[in-house]
Design a protein around this ligand. Structure first.
Ligand SMILES: C[S@@+](CC[C@H](N)C(=O)[O-])C[C@H]1O[C@@H](n2cnc3c(N)ncnc32)[C@H](O)[C@@H]1O
Length: 272
């Protein structure tokens, strides 16, 4: 008997309306979770050479220009991310900003951030793959550990002397994204940014995702939105964000969360 059949078998003639509704909701949830939620054909997203040539000829942001001029270690990025990053990060160029990127891979993105943010920035990467320790040049730094290890993340942030920007481009597995956020958002300085890349993985089972599946990364972002509106409902906060989120910017696959302590909202009336 499948879990859905078992759920349906639980629906008996003698059930109260409430129990019946709960049972049917459970069946609906199980049916949703049973869907395959496989990634679409990834090759359809690869930018064709003629569009890459166009992007190189007419970059839509300074970050995109730097990306295509980059000659160092390998980087992969979705093309629409450049303008979004620039709109949030340009304010930090040539400042003493402290940025932590989760997910180093070949090491190229740390180099990109260095070129974009400038020599005064503190830039750290963390990765679970020990080989990443060799894919970095000072002053950038890499530390090896898992993004779901709170003590490891806390040690890295202490070493950085605090953190202004976090970019989660790590495993893209929901539990990891949530664990990192729960540790790092409280450590982020007031006015800082928390960014999570590639949230399309939230729709895929291989990343603990699934369409509207409880626990998926994008559902966690929706929890943050609910917590931001905690003034207006009586449900307990689900994330360490209540009163602390100034804005949640949700783009295609990329969330940018602004940390800004919020006073109680006030409604006003124009003078008569
Ligand atoms: C998408 S790649 C990072 C790409 C890089 N940020 C870039 O733009 O070039 C993901 C990286 O996350 C790392 N990773 C996977 N699981 C991890 C975990 N639990 N903690 C930290 N890093 C992890 C992988 O080893 C891999 O290097």
């Amino acid at each position: 008997m499948t879990s859905i059949e078992k759920g349906l078998a639980d629906v008996s003639d003698t059930m109260t309306t409430n129990a019946l509704l709960t049972s049917l909701k459970n069946v609906r949830r199980m049916a949703r979770n049973a869907l395959p939620d496989q990634p679409p054909d990834f090759s359809t997203f690869i930018s064709p050479p003629e569009l890459i040539a166009q992007d190189i000829a007419s970059p839509r942001s300074e970050l995109e220009r730097i990306f295509y001029a980059h000659k160092g270690r390998l980087i992969h990025k979705w093309t629409h991310y450049f303008e979004i990053y620039e709109s949030h990060l340009s304010q930090y160029r040539n400042t003493t900003v402290r940025m932590l990127e989760i997910g180093v891979s070949q090491g190229g993105s740390l180099e990109l951030w260095r070129s974009y943010l400038g020599s005064k920035a503190t830039i750290f990467g963390v990765d679970i793959d020990a080989q990443c320790a060799d894919r970095v040049d000072a002053p950038n730094q890499v530390r090896i550990g898992s993004q779901d290890d709170p003590e490891f993340l806390k040690r890295v942030v202490a070493e950085m002397g605090g953190v202004d920007i976090v970019l989660d481009d790590g495993s893209h597995v929901a539990e990891h994204q949530i664990a990192s956020y729960n540790t790092l958002f409280p450590l982020l300085r007031e006015g800082g940014l928390y960014m999570i890349e590639d949230l399309h993985t939230s729709y895929w089972r291989g990343f603990s995702g699934g369409y509207r599946r409880q626990g998926a990364g994008i559902e966690f972002i929706k929890d943050i939105v609910d917590d931001m509106h905690g003034w207006y409902h009586t449900h307990a906060a689900r994330t360490p964000s209540k009163d602390q989120v100034g804005a949640v910017h949700m783009y295609d696959s990329l969330a940018v969360i602004e940390k800004r302590a919020q006073p109680r909202p006030r409604r006003t009336t124009s003078p008569v």
